[in-house]
Design a protein around this ligand. Structure first.
Ligand code: SAH
Length: 464
């Protein structure tokens, strides 16, 4: 049996892209493996959003040189944002041991490469197998995304991702993604529903719909329909799917209809990812984000008004070119005032081709970026710990995902991590959990149906 291995780094979109590559390779008769030396095909799915991510991919590419060159029959494919829409001549010549260069979300070049190397007989066999499979399956069950390479230990992920908008046509001045992922393209609704059905058939219970600006889903269709609300309603119909999330939202495209849909549809989780990036209007304008700090404040108030118990997550970049100490303080202050549930922090890193890299000086010293990052991290830790405390002694619903260091790990509707000690197999179960401990990054609890026992144990009573 021919084998493949996929190494994925970066965002959730890459994880989803890798499931598409997996499905295509399986249609060609390949099976996943965890052992690189067993693989005939190796795919590196890369990220360049910050220099640190790019360095990891470069390291891996170097390390794989002998893997490929000592075995001429193997195939090494480089995919993702390191390649971009069209690989640069520099990239092609820097890594001559790479066989195939694939744009983000495009498995096509690898499929053609492998097909070209097959004999006529092999091709015919594959075509016959595919035809038989198509006959056997209803058309909508035709595999679009495969989780097999993520399930090698025998445990299929409970939560998965499905891209709904590819690319991005916004031009945030710091961001390399539009250059590497191309213009914004929404996927047809039916295809997303079919993909999600397929994932549910593989055991998935929670789906996260992905887009760089997910709330722009459908803006590129005639009449701008179906939109994200239509899509959420359609995905909501899928039997066996219990939870739906979507990310990342851009503040300018979040509207009441969307927020009301989240509040109305029971499978939609009260969890919104909507980056602010900076709390100072001048910095926001130079980032070309298209909103002010006050707009963002109003949006947060609106989200909280419409969706009960909502958790709002945000992204921040510290040390954007020209960001003064005073401007940074505004970011600190707005986060202090808004008390959001989660903040993803990044230090500004100039990316090739972006407006900020070409026209603005990266003038905040590294040390100062680090200092600002640490200040926000400490603030985040404090606020998160305070917010989590409110769940102490409450009962929350947890979707259990996996075993981690002797405990079960799952998430609440608000995407809070919960660890549960339990000797049963809880994987993929939706449980009521009584929270017994909270910290800034996670909570611990006991399954409600085991509560009496746990209480008795903790009060020293024995059970008979
Ligand atoms: N389109 C999404 C995701 C963009 S990338 C969005 O609008 O948020 C994810 C995060 O990486 C961004 O939100 C931003 O905080 C960070 N990021 C992007 N470019 C960066 C850069 N050049 N330097 C540092 N952080 C960056």
């Amino acid at each position: 049996m021919k084998k493949y291995h996929i190494w994925t780094i970066g965002c959730q979109m890459n994880v989803a892209d890798s499931t598409h590559v997996g499905a295509e390779l399986e249609k060609l008769g390949y099976e996943p493996t965890d052992i690189i030396d067993e693989a005939d095909v190796l795919v590196l799915n890369t990220c360049v959003v910050r220099q640190s991510a790019e360095n990891k991919a470069l390291g891996k590419l170097g390390a794989l040189k002998p893997w490929r060159l000592q075995h001429p029959q193997r195939t090494l494919a480089l995919m993702g944002c390191m390649v971009g829409v069209r690989p640069s001549p520099q990239l092609l010549s820097a890594f001559p041991w790479v066989d195939v260069f694939m744009a983000p979300s495009e498995a096509g070049p690898l499929v053609s490469h492998l097909r070209n190397r097959m004999t006529a007989r092999e091709l015919k066999e594959i075509e016959e197998k595919q035809l038989a499979l198509r006959h056997q399956l209803q058309d909508e069950a035709w595999p679009i995304a495969s989780l097999k390479h993520l399930s090698l230990a025998g445990e299929t992920p409970v939560a998965a991702y499905a891209p709904v908008v590819y690319g991005c046509s916004h031009a945030c001045t710091y961001c390399i993604i539009p250059f590497r992922r191309g213009i914004e393209r929404s996927r047809p609704l039916a295809e997303i529903v079919a993909e999600t059905r397929g994932l549910v058939a593989q055991g998935v219970r929670e789906i996260t719909l992905l887009g760089q600006i997910v709330d722009r889903y459908g803006y590129d269709f005639d009449g701008q329909r179906p939109n994200l609300v239509d899509l959420l309603e359609a995905v909501h119909e899928i039997d066996g799917l219990w939870r739906i999330r979507f990310l990342t939202s851009h503040p300018s495209y979040m509207n009441d209809a969307l927020l009301e849909a989240v509040a109305r549809l029971p499978k939609l989780m009260p969890h919104i990812e909507v980056p602010i990036q900076a709390g100072d209007d001048e910095v926001l304008a130079r980032m070309k984000r298209g909103y002010t700090a006050e707009d963002y404040r109003r949006l947060v108030a609106r989200i909280r008004e419409i969706i009960p118990d909502v958790a709002i997550h945000t992204d921040i970049i510290v040390g954007f070119p020209g960001e003064t100490a005073e401007q940074f303080q505004r970011t600190y202050d707005i986060l202090e005032a808004l008390r959001l549930e989660k903040t993803h922090l990044a230090r500004y890193s100039p990316r090739p081709g972006t407006v900020s890299a070409r026209r603005m000086k990266d003038d905040v010293p590294d040390e100062e970026k680090r200092r600002r990052h640490q200040l926000l991290e400490a603030q985040h830790q404090r606020i998160s710990a305070e917010l989590n405390r409110r769940w102490l002694h409450e009962t929350v619903e947890v979707l259990v995902e996996e075993r981690h260091k002797g405990k079960w790990r799952g998430r609440t509707p608000q995407n809070r991590l919960v660890f549960i000690e339990d000797d049963r197999d809880l994987r993929g179960r939706l449980l009521d959990v009584h929270i017994t401990w909270t910290g800034p990054w996670s909570m611990q609890g006991v399954a409600a149906d085991r509560l009496t026992r746990a209480r008795n144990v903790s009060t020293g009573l024995t059970l008979h």
